[in-house]
Design a protein around this ligand. Structure first.
Ligand code: ARG
Length: 855
C-alpha cells in the first residue's frame, strides 16, 4: 500500500490522472508554458513621454506618470513576489520494465550506467514537459542508483518554481505515472518506465544529491556481515553539518537485515536536530522511511531493521555542532521469506511478527490459521505488542495492524488476550510501506469454555491472573475487572465509593487512588481553606504570602510569582543569602534566585540514553537507566550494599553497611570495591563498568546501630570516576526540598527479590510512593525519627529488601531531573502488607554532606 500525501486545497489545472500515458505526440507541448509571464522590471520607463509645454499639462502628466509608475511598480512587485522562485528537489524511483539488470549498473562510473541514466533523464524531461506545473520549471534531473526488478532507477529532479505552485507540483509529482519513449531508429523496442513517483526532499538532504564526499555504496557479500560507521567513529565525533548516505544492497531476491550496534547522536530535543533515517529504497523518499533516529540508545535496545527488497538507504543529516560519537552498524543479506504466517492444528503454540524481535519489514501481510481440538475454544495472548507508527490517530489502525475477528489492534499494548468462542481463529498482520516496529510475540491456547482460567481468576478481558490478586486494591486486569464487586476488609482496606478496595494508608494522602477521589474526600478542608501537602488546612489568605505556613512549603510552592521572602527553615536560600518563596527551586530549569545560584551545579540527575529498552515483564532495570547506582562488594562476599554517585569522587550510602561484625571489618575502606555503571552482577567486566577502590568511609557520627537513626555514610573513591553514558551523578536535594506524600519514587538495587530469598543479578527497579509521616508512625509505632521517611509499594508487593541498603531512592523532579530522596535503610521484612520500607531522608543531611565532602 502506498501512502501518498493527500493534496490539500489549491486550485489550477489538475488534468493528469494517476496513470497518464505519454508518447511521442506529446513532445511538443511547449504551448502549455504560456500560463506564466514575467513583467520586465523596467516597463515603468516606457510610459514616460515628452508632451506639451504647458505646466498644467506637465503637472497633470507628472501626476499621472507617478500614479502610473506606482501602479506598475506595485504590479511588478506583486507579480515578482507571487512568482518568487523557490527551489524544490524531489526524490523518486521508477521501474524500467523492458530492461534487464546488469551488474555494471551498480557502478555509477560504468558506461552502461551512464547510458541508461541518460535515457531515464531524457524520459523524465519529456514527462515533465507535458505537465504545465512542472515543465517550465524543471532545472535538472539525475539518476543516483539502479537496482534489480526489472531495473529500478532512483533519481532526483530539481525545479525552481513560483511559491504558489509548490503545493500543486508536489501533488503532481506524487502521482504514479507511466512514460513510454518510442523506439529510436536503431533500437527495436520502446523504453517503458512505470511507477514513476517522487516526493519532496528534506532541503538539507538536497546537498547530498550533488556532493558525494560522504556518500557510500555497499553490497553485502555472501552471508557475511558488512560494517559501516559515521565518519570518525568511535574516536572522534561525526562532523557538524554533515550530509551522509549509505546505499546498501544485496543480491537479487535477497532482503537486508541492518543493525545499529552502537547509536549516540545529538539528543532529539530542540528545533535543529541531527537525524539518522533508514529508507526501504535507495532514494530518501519520505513515504518509504522505516525509522528516524536521534539521541542515544542503550546497547540492549533492538535496533535491527529488515527491508522488503534487496536495498536500504541510511542517511545522516546533522545541523547541530554538538559532539557525539555517531553510530556503528552492520548489515547482511538473507533470502526473502517465501511466505509469512502459519497453519496450526494443535492445542497450543507460539507465533510472532516476522523476524521478531527485529523490526518487521515494511509491505508485508501474514496470516495465521489456527485450530485447536474441536471440543475446546481458542484464545490468543499477546505477550509483547509494539506496532507504533508516528501520526496514526489513536485507535484508528490505518497503517500497520493485527486483525482478529474483524477487530484491528495497533500501537503499544501491555499483555492482552483475544478469545474466540470457537475452536478456530485467524490472525492477520499487515505492515504498510513506512515505519516499522518490533512487532508482537503471541501464543495461542485452547481452553474449556466453562472454565477459561483453571485455578485462576478470569479478567473480563479473558486474561488469567492469580486468585490472590483479586480485590487486593491493585488493578491487574486492564479493564479493572479484578477489583470490581469486592468485599473490602475493613481492617486494612478502605471501600471507595465506586466499590474498589484500597489500602487504608492511601486515604487522605492527596492522591486519587480510587479513581473517583472518594479516598480524598473526607479529608478536604473547609471552604475558603487551602489544603497543604501534609494534610493541614490553612486560611486561603496564607497561601503565597511568602511564609511557609504549612510547614512543608506546599502553600508557597505554586505561586504565580517567585518573590524574595524572609528566610525560614523551609525557604530556599540563594547564595546571596536571600530566600525565595518557591518549593524545590534547585535545578528546575528556571532561574528563581536573582544571582542564578539555584541553577548552578546542575550537571546531575540526567540519564543519557533517550530511550528505554522494552523489557518484557519483570522489573529489570536497563543499561544506563540509573547511572548513579553503585554496587559495593566486600572482600570475599560479593555484593553487600548499594550506594549512589553524587560527584566524581563521592558516594552516599547507609551507615549500617559499614559497621564491624564479629568476623569482618566492614569499616575498613580497603576491604571494599565499588562498581559503577553496573547492570548485571554476573558481568562485571561489561563495557562501561568502572571498578573503584575506596579511600575513606565516613559514617554519620550519630548513627545508632539499634534504632538506625542517622543511617547515612559518605564514601570517597580512591580516584575519581569518569562520567559516561552509564556513570552519572544524581542531584542532591536542598535541605528545604520536599518530597510530598503520595509522590511516586523509584527504588533500585540488587537486593533480595523476596523476603528470605536471594539477591538479583540484574539491577531491579520498583516504583513506590511516599507515605505521610503520621500514617507511617502509626504503621511502625515508636520506630520513626524525623531523619526517616516511609515509602511503600504502589502495586504488587514492591519494596526494598536485604542487599538494597545504601542504595538511592530516585525521584523525578521538575525539568525531568532526578533527585535522590532517600537512602535504603530498614524495614520489617520485605514488601509485607502495611509495613513500608524506611529510608534515610536525604534532605536532612544536605549540610552534613557538604561539610564532609564539599559537594
Ligand atoms: N537493611 C537492609 C539491608 O541491609 C535493607 C532493608 C530494606 N528493607 C525494606 N523492607 N525496605 O539491605
Amino acid at each position: 500500500m502506498k501512502s501518498n500525501r493527500a493534496r490539500q486545497g489549491g486550485g489550477g489545472p489538475r488534468d493528469f490522472g494517476a496513470e497518464l500515458k505519454y508518447s511521442s505526440q506529446h513532445q511538443n507541448m511547449n504551448g502549455l508554458e504560456e500560463g506564466v509571464e514575467f513583467l520586465p522590471a523596467n516597463n515603468a520607463k516606457k510610459v514616460e513621454k515628452h508632451g506639451p509645454k504647458c505646466w498644467v499639462v506637465l503637472a497633470a502628466v507628472v501626476t499621472g506618470v507617478s500614479v502610473l509608475s506606482l501602479l506598475v511598480g506595485f504590479l511588478v512587485w506583486h507579480f515578482q513576489s507571487r512568482n518568487a522562485q523557490v527551489p524544490m528537489i524531489f526524490n523518486g524511483h521508477l521501474r524500467i520494465t523492458n530492461e534487464k539488470f546488469l551488474d555494471a549498473y551498480e557502478d555509477s562510473n560504468s558506461t552502461e550506467f551512464v547510458n541508461l541514466a541518460t535515457k531515464v533523464k531524457e524520459a523524465l524531461k519529456l514527462l515533465y514537459r507535458g505537465i504545465p506545473v512542472l515543465g517550465p520549471y524543471h532545472k535538472e534531473s539525475a539518476v543516483t542508483a539502479f537496482s534489480e526488478g526489472s531495473v529500478i532507477a532512483y533519481y532526483w529532479s530539481e525545479f525552481s518554481l513560483p511559491q504558489h505552485l509548490a503545493e500543486e507540483a508536489e501533488w503532481s509529482m506524487a502521482q504514479e505515472r507511466i512514460v513510454t519513449l518510442p523506439p529510436r531508429a536503431r533500437a527495436l523496442q520502446s523504453f517503458v518506465m512505470t511507477s514513476v513517483v517522487a516526493f519532496p526532499t528534506d532541503p538539507r538532504m538536497a546537498q547530498t544529491t550533488r556532493d558525494n564526499s560522504c556518500s557510500f555504496a555497499l553490497h553485502a557479500r555472501g552471508g557475511e556481515l558488512t560494517r559501516f560507521t559515521t565518519p570518525g567513529f568511535p574516536d572522534s565525533p561525526y562532523p557538524a553539518r554533515a550530509h551522509c548516505q549509505w546505499a546498501l544492497r544485496g543480491d537479487a531476491g535477497a532482503v537486508l537485515s541492518l543493525t545499529f550496534r552502537s547509536f549516540d547522536v545529538a539528543p532529539c530535543d530542540g528545533h535543529d536536530r541531527d537525524m539518522v533515517a533508514v529508507y526501504d529504497t535507495l532514494s530518501p523518499m519520505e513515504p518509504h522511511v522505516l525509522v528516524q533516529l536521534c539521541g542515544a540508545y542503550p546497547p540492549s535496545y533492538n535496533l535491527t531493521f529488515l527491508s522488503s527488497q534487496n536495498v536500504l538507504l541510511v542517511t545522516l543529516i546533522t545541523t547541530t555542532e554538538r559532539r557525539h560519537p555517531g553510530f556503528e552498524a552492520t548489515f547482511f543479506q538473507l533470502p526473502k521469506m517465501s511466505s509469512c504466517g502459519g497453519y496450526f492444528r494443535q492445542a497450543q503454540g507460539t507465533f510472532s511478527s516476522p523476524y521478531y524481535p527485529a523490526h518487521y519489514p515494511p509491505n508485508i501481510d501474514c496470516t495465521w490459521d489456527i485450530e485447536v481440538p474441536a471440543n475446546r475454544n481458542v484464545k490468543v495472548r499477546f505477550n509483547v505488542f509494539y506496532l507504533v507508527e508516528p501520526e496514526v490517530a489513536l485507535g484508528t489502525c490505518t497503517k500497520d495492524y493485527v486483525e482478529i475477528h474483524g477487530a484491528r489492534y495497533c500501537g503499544e499494548k501491555p499483555q492482552f488476550v483475544v478469545t474466540s468462542n470457537s475452536s478456530r481463529v485467524t490472525v492477520r498482520f499487515h505492515s504498510d510501506a513506512s515505519y516499522t516496529d518490533t512487532g508482537f510475540l503471541a501464543e495461542f491456547l485452547s481452553y474449556d469454555s466453562s472454565d477459561p482460567c483453571p485455578g485462576m481468576f478470569t479478567c473480563n478481558t479473558g486474561r488469567c491472573i492469580r486468585k490472590a490478586l483479586r480485590c487486593d486494591g491493585w488493578v491487574d486486569c486492564a479493564d479493572h475487572s479484578d477489583e470490581l464487586n469486592c468485599q473490602c476488609n475493613p481492617a486494612h482496606q478502605f471501600t471507595c465509593k465506586n466499590k474498589f478496595c484500597k489500602p487504608l494508608y492511601w486515604v487522605c494522602d492527596n492522591v486519587n487512588d480510587c479513581g473517583d477521589n472518594s479516598d480524598e474526600l473526607g479529608c478536604s478542608c473547609p471552604a475558603q481553606n487551602f489544603k497543604c501537602g501534609n494534610g493541614k488546612c490553612l486560611p486561603k489568605s496564607q497561601q503565597c504570602d511568602g511564609r511557609d505556613n504549612c510547614g512543608d512549603g506546599s502553600d508557597e510552592a505554586t505561586c504565580d510569582r517567585v518573590s524574595t521572602v524572609t528566610c525560614t527553615k523551609h525557604t530556599y536560600r540563594c547564595h546571596s543569602g536571600l530566600c525565595v518563596n518557591k518549593a524545590n527551586p534547585e535545578c528546575d530549569g528556571q532561574q528563581d534566585c536573582a544571582d542564578g545560584s539555584d541553577e548552578k551545579d546542575c550537571d546531575c540527575g540526567l540519564r543519557l540514553f533517550s530511550k528505554r529498552s522494552r523489557v518484557v515483564g519483570g522489573e529489570d532495570a536497563d543499561v544506563g537507566e540509573w547511572p548513579w547506582q553503585v554496587s559495593l562488594h566486600a572482600q570475599g562476599q560479593g555484593h553487600v550494599c548499594g550506594a549512589s554517585l553524587i560527584s566524581p569522587s563521592w558516594l552516599v550510602s547507609a551507615a549500617h553497611c559499614y559497621v564491624d561484625d564479629r568476623g569482618f571489618k566492614y569499616s575498613d575502606p580497603t576491604l571494599w570495591t565499588a562498581y559503577l555503571g553496573l547492570l548485571d552482577q554476573s558481568d562485571r567486566s561489561a563495557q562501561g563498568v568502572q571498578e573503584h577502590r575506596l579511600k575513606r568511609i565516613i559514617p554519620h557520627a550519630f548513627f545508632n546501630d539499634f534504632t538506625y537513626d542517622y543511617d547515612i555514610a559518605v564514601l570517597e573513591l580512591e580516584r575519581p570516576a569518569e562520567y559516561s553514558n552509564v556513570v552519572r551523578p544524581v542531584c542532591l536535594p536542598d535541605a528545604t526540598h520536599v518530597f510530598p506524600a503520595g509522590k511516586a519514587i523509584w527504588v533500585t538495587g540488587w537486593g533480595h527479590t523476596q523476603e528470605g530469598g536471594t539477591g538479583a543479578l540484574i539491577l531491579q527497579k520498583g516504583e513506590i510512593r511516599v507515605i505521610n509521616q503520621t500514617t507511617c508512625e502509626s504503621l511502625l509505632p515508636q520506630q520513626l525519627t524525623s531523619r526517616m521517611m516511609c515509602v511503600g509499594y504502589l502495586s504488587g508487593g514492591v519494596d526494598a529488601c536485604q542487599g538494597d541498603s545504601g542504595g538511592p531512592l530516585s525521584s523525578v523532579e521538575a525539568d525531568g531531573r532526578i533527585f535522590q530522596a532517600g537512602v535504603v535503610s530498614w524495614g520489617e521484612g520485605c514488601a509485607r502488607r502495611d509495613k513500608p520500607g524506611v529510608y534515610t531522608k536525604l534532605s536532612e543531611f544536605r549540610d552534613w554532606i557538604k561539610e564532609k565532602t564539599g559537594v
